[in-house]
Design a protein. Sequence first.
Length: 382
Amino acid sequence: MPRMSGALPRGVVILVGLAAATIVSIGLSGIRSIFAPVLLTFILTICAHPVRSYVQKRGVPQGLATGLVIAVMFALLAGFTLTVIIAVGQFVGMLPHYASQFEQIGQDISAGLGALGIGHDQAAALTATIDPRNVMTLLAGALGGVFSISGALVIVLTMMILMSADAVYIPTILHQLGAREPHLVTALTEYASNVRRYMVVTTVLGVAQGALNALSLWILNVPAALLWGLLAFLCSFIPNVGYFFAIIPPLVFGFLVGGWPTLIAVIIIYGVINAVVQSVIQPRVVGQAVSLSQTITFFSVLFWAVIIGPIGAILAIPLTLLGKALLIDADPQTRFWRPTLGPTGETRSIKKLSDLESKHSRQAAHRASSDPDTQSPEGHPA
């Protein structure tokens, strides 16, 4: 008789793991109102930690260094909030001036839908959202979601102070854990470094991208250029799909003020800036910090947006990397799964070598087929 093993079948382990992940996801979604601001503060604290290390190396006391980090983070959040208020105020102020144009667009769409055989009632219901009053209602609902996040400002500020204070002991704690769990400490250290590089680079490039977009829209006389530049900055944190969310509003208002030439110009400008920043500069600067495939990246945006809302879409990459660090990188027995989540440095090297060998083989076959000395009198290879 075959020897019985104490290990569970792989299928059972997978099903149990999926069930546990489902339960955890539902639980996290239920507490998103407090979980999202805590995660946001956690990522901000990781990004701000080098500031503490820098000032402490210059002889600044720990308490003063902590206060300085908190002040810098609070100033950034306050500045961002003020920019949002100004941009949204600009948008609200100029929206009624385009009421007639929105109405005309609604009538044109309704006529086009009627020509396709869609009933008047259905067409009217579909085009009703183009009414500026309904746009204002949607904007109010969106702002309500933003202010509900801002309502968690107490949580963010409190956690910011507490995390910044506790961060003083992080090196000591990691040293203590290293005696028992060296792989976990290595995974967490690499995670903090990778997330810091990704967030800092994405923030800097996002600011540049948003500023260039806003300047271009201002030159094209597109209304609310500051708001659309701010939207481009926020969407730069959302991989793959953020670009499409950022370009739709300036396309609509660009068409209203300048027609098709302005619309085409917006598409070209946004396409060039996005391609240069996110497809050329960012991958070269970030490097191996984000070793996730495009499929995993896109799924992570959808997953975390469902779990904790819009903040989840913005923090999708750091949160996915955190799960990867805890579940795969920290365990030597599961590290072999890393290439399945995204091409690692070793995977890229193997792929490059394989492509080079394939190229040499094709060149050798081509030379052999074109060399007359290797052909028989009948024209077939000797």
